[in-house]
Write a protein that binds this ligand. Structure first.
Ligand SMILES: [Zn+2]
Length: 430
């Protein structure tokens, strides 16, 4: 029995993953089969909430050896590899509907959706929702085909994300342990020792996006007054548990491990950008010298197989902008980023400099072809004239190659400025 939900939070508060812990508590008569899944969807959709993440749980009576995957208010949560007996859909529906009705932030603009199904939706619902935009009518048709139970609140936009999360069959996967604060601490400053986060980042190589060594800032805690204390991401579930428990902080009231598509680049469409509100990976050649505009954003143009395109490295990407500023016309790139509609600009997420073009700078006027003397420019008329004998020349000026500041290689923004879905270079073996 799969239970999926989405769009229960708002920009202000709550967090869909916290609601999942409430759901697991309320449905405690059942076991988790596999891990709860935290599925991030197209980060470019205009109506997303904070992280555009949906959730899917599989419930039943477990079979085989259980694994501890969390603790909720001093109660351990176990996960099983296989199902001995399916959960009762009617009971799950009643309990889940009650939990979401109580906790979802509909008055703050959330539009929750809940889907319960014995069978998974077609896989394309995941790929469409992570890379593009899915119509609710398509989703409703699929859910009807499956004979799924569904509830939508305030328009039920969350039914789309819930269906997509349930449809996910991982090609690539990562894990995240999320810890939650005791209720009386919600809204107060989080107590986390950044040095312990730094040490964890250095000692646990299978974790990623935890600490920004450039700025000395940790990236595991949200900046909103939500119930999350911190989240640690990684590739190895066992090392992840040791990593999360090595962080010195206020005592978490709950923790839970999720299976996730975070850090997988699943959102990228291969090919030159077409429709906006989507993300792409494609090849291009730098066409203009990058310029820094007000606010510290850096813009330049590339030539792609679909024509010219404006690219941007925005201010929050900090040192990544220095790489972008060093690009020169003729440089061959692989670009990763999200295409915005207005203005039509690619927001760079990552960059491979495949080859740099030679950059030359004028060092002198051409020499006189007749007497070898120095020449001076004839200005608007074009060409140069010898200062000694008066002969004219149309020879180009003398140039010298300038050393380039950017070398071929891979570049990404610092940890704090990365997208949930962007695959860190660390995960690419780079
Ligand atoms: Zn001359």
């Amino acid at each position: 029995m799969f239970v999926a939900l989405d769009d229960t939070d708002s920009l202000e508060s709550m967090c869909t993953t916290y609601l999942a812990t409430e759901l697991i508590k309320a449905l405690g008569v059942y076991d988790l089969i596999g891990l709860p899944r935290l599925v991030r969807l197209n980060p470019a959709v205009p109506w997303k909430t904070r992280g555009n993440g949906a959730l899917c749980l599989r419930l039943g009576i477990g079979r085989g050896e259980p694994t501890m995957v969390g603790e909720l208010d001093d109660m351990p949560v176990y996960s099983y590899g296989r199902t001995a007996e399916e959960a009762d859909p009617e009971f799950v529906l009643t309990v889940a509907e009650d939990v979401i009705s109580r906790l979802a932030r509909t008055e703050e603009g959330a539009s929750p959706g809940l889907v319960i199904s014995a069978e998974k939706p077609a896989q394309r619902f995941y790929w469409q929702a992570v890379r593009g935009i899915v119509e609710k009518t398509d989703v409703l048709q699929e859910l009807q085909r499956l004979g799924a139970d569904l509830v939508g609140w305030e328009g039920g936009r969350g039914l789309i994300g819930a269906t997509a999360a349930m449809a996910w069959r991982p090609r690539d996967r990562t894990y995240e342990i999320i810890t939650y604060r005791a209720r009386e601490r919600w809204g107060t400053p989080r107590e986390i020792d950044p040095l312990s986060v730094r040490a964890m980042d250095l000692e646990r190589p299978s974790t990623f996006n935890s600490f920004d060594h450039g700025t000395g800032r940790m990236a595991i805690a949200p900046h909103t007054p939500c119930p999350v204390l911190f989240g640690v991401r990684g590739d190895d579930p066992r090392e992840l548990m040791a990593a999360a428990f090595s962080i010195r902080s206020e005592p978490p009231a709950r923790w839970l491990m999720f299976l996730s598509n975070q850090g997988t680049d699943d959102h990228l469409i291969k090919g030159a950008p077409g429709s906006p509100d989507r993300s792409y990976v494609f090849l291009g050649t730098v066409a203009t010298v990058p310029r820094t505009i007000a606010g510290g954003h850096v813009l330049f143009q590339v030539t792609t197989s679909h024509g010219p395109l404006e690219c941007a490295a925005y201010e929050p990407t900090k040192g990544f902008r220095d790489v972008v500023r060093g690009l020169r016309p003729g440089d061959r790139l692989r670009l990763f980023g999200e295409l915005r509609a207005e203005p039509r600009t690619l927001n760079l997420e990552k960059l491979q400099v495949i080859a740099t073009a030679p950059e030359r700078r004028k060092v002198a006027n051409p020499r006189c072809p007749v007497c070898g003397g120095a020449t001076k420019s004839m200005g608007a008329a074009g060409g140069h004239r010898c200062k000694r004998c008066g002969a004219r020349t149309s020879d180009p000026p003398v140039t010298a190659e300038v050393p380039r500041t950017v070398a071929p290689g891979w570049y990404e923004p610092p940890v704090c400025a990365r997208r949930h879905l962007s695959k860190p270079l660390k995960r690419m073996g780079l």
